[in-house]
Design a binder for this molecule. Structure first.
Ligand code: C2O
Ligand code: CU
Ligand code: CU
Length: 562
């Protein structure tokens, strides 16, 4: 089947019903069961409900693209900025000034192999540090929380960017402050380019910010003055903090005007705790889209799917072909409803002394309300609206507004990935569980100076991570050492529609990864290669990228011994 056949777009609805009726049926069953009463049928949205133009990376300003060739100074500070209902309010940003131009949370862009030099200047009123998520750097540049600097201090980074092309990102990492600072605004993308990536840009006639669109998805809560509210309760520290307003590129209810051609969307889930089940829909039908990359750059080829889960910290690089669409068509980027699988058991609620009042009948956890037919619980705004974890969300409306001829075809081969050699690898096991209201990794919670895991430099290991049954989803992230996902087992039924191979992997698991989602009861096997060129011992982190979990200590040091 040719994904980019011009007729394809028009027949997608029929193809879904024919070729994969079961998968489609499951999807719609979830939607029907779990759609909050406030949500409308997909596609039924009037354009007026998406009144805000999607913020696109320009050449400066908020999310402006900054080609880093010379050293930069990045100031972490609070500015006034209107995000919500045009109300100017404090936002934490990374600011860069160059030749009188200002970038706020710049999309940093580098060539693979080039040297990155940056000074972080901390103009916040508390400690901070920047971590370059997904980059293969030494411990000092990776910026373990022990390197956090005080208010007013500076920290210098200098490293060669060894990564292949990909969509990486950066955010704060001071212990116990990561979740708050990231939530209040500090986060953006770090795009690495190489020959392979540029060849694809050329073949598909893509341009960053025009037809190659970064999509940063973050759910937030605002107060009446348009200020971001970060105030997790004890229960929310266990479950994760979810917002009721979902922003794309810091834009609430955005629209994007498109032509009849192919678009690339580089999607980052920059939310603290919310996972999305990403689909493009038209008139209530899920469209097929092509996944071409994940955390660590391009896949070997494109993989067609109608949906993919994306957990906090993960990236998904997709192509959406609108060349068969007509002017006037609208496509929604949505998160389909799903069971958030908060299956902590009554332990979490009891341990925290909260949430018990939310439980109805046999609902096993405060957040299982929707799945078990009880009252949905979740983000509660000052106005009483809510957007439960796992709820259906309309993220962005894509309006087809202009016609153009578009001929390019997606190359059959996108990249060459080395085969995963796991034969002589040493196995290592991890268990994720909850005890006394705290999430743990092999029974451990974070201690700044302790290194529960020591690995020899150059070691090749198989990590088998098992998530307890009485648990919730945990996106596990390893610093400094990209890995490959080998297999998933014990996956919940709702993962099935997105599975692309016999190992149970979804498109989000392919290629090089730095973050992998584990559902309750699931076991995931990873191949990790601890070879690196840096002298001496390196201390990296392994943690859950649900940022409340991380700050509560679902994180351990991994020492790579020279
Ligand atoms: Cu994106 Cu340690 O994190
Ligand atoms: Cu990281
Ligand atoms: Cu977690």
């Amino acid at each position: 089947m040719s994904q980019f056949d011009r007729r394809k777009f028009l027949i997608t609805g029929a193809a879904i019903l024919g070729a994969s009726a079961v998968a489609g049926g499951v999807g719609w069953w979830y939607r029907a069961r779990h759609m909050p009463s406030t949500a409308m049928e997909p596609g039924a949205h009037a354009a007026g409900e998406f009144p805000n133009p999607l913020r696109l990376p320009g050449s400066s300003g908020v999310l402006g693209v900054l080609d880093v060739s010379a050293p930069v100074t990045i100031v972490a500070k609070s500015v006034q900025h209107a995000i919500y209902e045009r109300k100017s309010a404090p936002l934490l940003v990374y600011e860069v000034e160059q030749d009188g131009n200002y970038w706020l949370n710049p999309v940093l862009r580098m060539r693979s192999g080039a040297t990155f030099r940056a000074r972080l200047s901390n103009a916040l009123d508390e400690s901070t540090i920047i971590h370059w998520h997904g980059l293969k750097v030494d411990g000092k540049n990776d910026a373990h929380p022990s390197f956090a600097i005080a208010a007013g201090a500076t920290y210098d980074y200098e490293f060669q960017v060894p990564n292949r092309a990909g969509t990486y990102w950066y955010h704060p990492h001071p212990h116990k402050l990561t979740s708050k600072q990231a939530y209040l605004g500090l986060a953006s993308l770090f795009i690495v380019e190489d020959g392979e990536a540029l060849a694809l840009q050329k073949a598909l006639d893509l341009k960053l910010g025009v037809t190659d669109i970064p999509i940063v998805i973050q759910d937030k809560k605002f107060d009446d003055q348009g200020r971001l509210v970060y105030a997790p309760s004890d229960e929310e520290k266990v479950n994760g903090y979810v917002g009721d307003t979902v922003l794309v590129n810091l834009t609430p209810r955005p629209y994007f005007n498109a032509a009849t051609r192919l678009y690339r969307f580089r999607i980052l889930n920059g939310s603290n705790a919310r996972t999305y089940r990403l689909a493009f829909t038209r008139g209530g039908f899920q469209l097929v889209y092509a996944v071409i990359g994940a955390d660590g750059g391009l896949l070997d080829r494109s993989y067609h799917t109608k949906e993919a889960f994306l957990a906090p910290g993960e990236r998904l690089d997709v192509l959406l072909d609108l060349s068969g669409a007509s002017v006037g068509d609208a496509v929604m980027l949505q998160s389909l409803a799903f069971d958030p699988m908060h299956a902590e058991g009554s332990m979490a609620g009891m341990a925290m002394g909260a949430g018990a009042k939310d439980q109805k009948g046999e609902a096993p956890s405060p957040h299982a309300g929707m799945a078990m037919g009880g009252e949905p619980s979740g983000a509660q705004t000052p106005h009483g609206a809510m957007l439960a974890d796992g709820a259906a969300i309309d993220l962005m409306r894509i309006n087809v507004t202009s016609k153009m001829a578009y001929e390019p075809r997606v190359p059959a081969v996108l990249s060459t990935l080395p085969p995963v050699k796991a034969a002589d690898a040493r196995p290592r096991e991890f268990l994720l569980d909850l005890k006394d209201g705290r999430w743990r990794i092999n029974g451990e919670t974070f201690e700044m100076k302790e290194t529960p895991v020591t690995v020899q430099r150059g070691a090749k290991e198989i990590w088998e991570i098992r998530n307890d049954k009485a648990s919730m989803p945990h996106p596990m992230h390893l610093h400094g050492v990209p890995f490959r996902v080998l297999a998933r087992s014990g996956s919940p039924q709702q993962v099935a529609p997105g599975v692309v191979n016999e190992q149970g992997l979804t498109a989000t698991d392919l290629g090089w990864k730095d973050t992998v989602l584990l559902w309750p009861g699931e076991t995931v096997r990873l191949a990790v290669d601890f070879s690196h060129p840096y002298p001496g011992d390196q201390v990296y982190l392994f943690h859950c990228h649900n940022l409340e979990h991380e700050d509560q200590g679902m994180m351990i040091n991994i020492k790579v011994q020279a």
